[in-house]
Design a protein around this ligand. Structure first.
Ligand SMILES: [Zn+2]
Ligand SMILES: [Zn+2]
Length: 216
């Protein structure tokens, strides 16, 4: 069984580990593939794209997908940054409107509308219109394993189910202790009000669909 986490940080932004140490620790934790998705804004995106691209095919262990998390960027600039990262072959996450940070209103919409975003992370009190846009543009909605961001997982799950949007569970790891076990992921899915059968859909079917955009 595969076990993928699409949202993890390293010292390239505010994580604690070097990319290589994150990969080794993720492997030891039982992940079969991970994405390294450091925070970027207008000032750091070029540097992080260059540095993370070096991780492609570097590991002889688990599969590593290089990515970025576009964070606290003006909504009007999000499409341009997302396009740049997508054209570099990276997985594109946008740091969504979590209720525990002053993320600018309009961030969720800009991410979902851009056509270059793979995952909207911790979308907070996402609206019904935004969830429909996620379905239209094939953007995965995140249920977060991170304290604080996870407060609205139940809301996200309820609307995603209503409109048939695709969900993923990610740890948003910054330190090694943030990594999740498969049991924790399953419990998180049930805790968000979803059903036993959703575990397979989210962790296997949805994760495999997203992995295929990067790993052939
Ligand atoms: Zn984030
Ligand atoms: Zn993050």
């Amino acid at each position: 069984m595969s076990f993928t986490d699409f949202h993890m940080h390293t010292i390239l932004s505010d994580g604690f580990l070097l990319p290589s140490e994150l990969v080794r620790r993720a492997e030891a934790n039982g992940y079969t593939s991970i994405a390294i998705t450091d925070h970027v804004d207008v000032s750091t995106i070029d540097r992080v794209i260059i540095e993370l691209s070096k991780m492609l095919n570097e590991s002889d262990m688990i599969d590593v997908i290089p990515g970025v998390e576009i964070t606290h960027v003006l909504p009007s600039r999000i499409p341009e940054l997302a396009k740049k990262a997508k054209q570099a072959g990276l997985l594109v996450i946008v740091h969504g409107e979590t209720i525990v940070e002053p993320v600018r209103k309009g961030t969720n919409f800009a991410a979902l509308n851009s056509g270059y975003v793979d995952i909207l992370a911790h979308p907070g009190l996402i609206t019904e219109e935004e969830v429909k846009l996620a379905v239209e543009n094939d953007v995965f909605l995140e249920l977060s394993g991170r304290k604080g961001h996870s407060f609205t997982n139940g809301h996200v799950a309820r609307l995603a189910k209503k409109y048939n949007a695709k969900m993923l569970v990610n740890s948003d790891t910054h330190t090694p202790s943030d990594m999740l076990s498969q049991k924790r992921v399953s419990d998180l899915i049930l805790g968000a009000g979803l059903k036993e059968k959703d575990i397979e859909v989210i962790t296997q079917i949805n994760a495999s669909e997203l992995r295929k955009r990067f790993i052939k």
